[in-house]
Write a protein that binds this ligand. Sequence first.
Ligand code: AP5
Length: 215
Amino acid sequence: MCPPGAGKGTQAKQLTDRFHLRHLSSGDILRAEKAAGTDLGKTLGQYMDAGKLVPDDVVVKVMASALSANNAAGLLLDGFPRTVEQAKALDDQLAAAGKALDVVVVMDADPALIVRRISGRRSCPKCGRVYHTETLKPRKDGVCDDCGTTLVLREDDREEVVRQRLETYRRQTEPVIAYYRGRAGLKVIDVDGAGTPKAVLKSLAAKLAELGLGS
Ligand code: AP5
């Protein structure tokens, strides 16, 4: 759980590489559908470009199918669930498969810092890799290191949309933290997203290690 732009995608990539996890990002999955230009993609795009959440019934269906196709152990969910309704649907799907969440990561950062980070973000529209004009530059200016695609500024990264996304987070996603906190058998880790990417990863990895996860 993390406000937009706090760095969850950046940390998710580091954690999946380091701990050999599979990364399932709802934002990446929805952007791929939008880019495909399907009817569903066009509908999703209207919510995403306005900084609003895509309706629960649509996201739950899309993510249920992605989860079923990636049912191996060691899955890192990024951006899902984002409402209490989505969290309940995820619980039901996991219970039906005899599985459960191990850890929930809550990462926060100051809104002013978030706006600065997002304004410098450049993303690869093909593989989803994320860069920053100041703090995380690609080897060749404007080109993805991994797949050679030209980097873009996401349509929802304009400042007024970012502010709408932050408001959406406070209203619809923060209640999910309370839904998980205190649940028996589920660990909730709090991480300060304000440091450098390396410092945040170090703090996150140390907290996971304290729980006996990763090394
Ligand atoms: P999504 O793609 O999930 O976007 P988001 O939550 O708004 O998060 P971001 O991708 O903007 O930020 P991030 O925290 O991953 O930051 P990043 O690591 O890139 O969702 C997009 C949209 O899809 C939603 O608005 C919604 O419409 C829809 N959607 C998705 N899931 C949904 C769901 N479950 N239900 C309904 N709708 C859903 O970092 C940002 C920048 O900062 C980068 O440039 C990075 O290089 C830099 N940076 C990162 N960490 C640091 C650091 N520590 N120091 C300095 N710079 C840093």
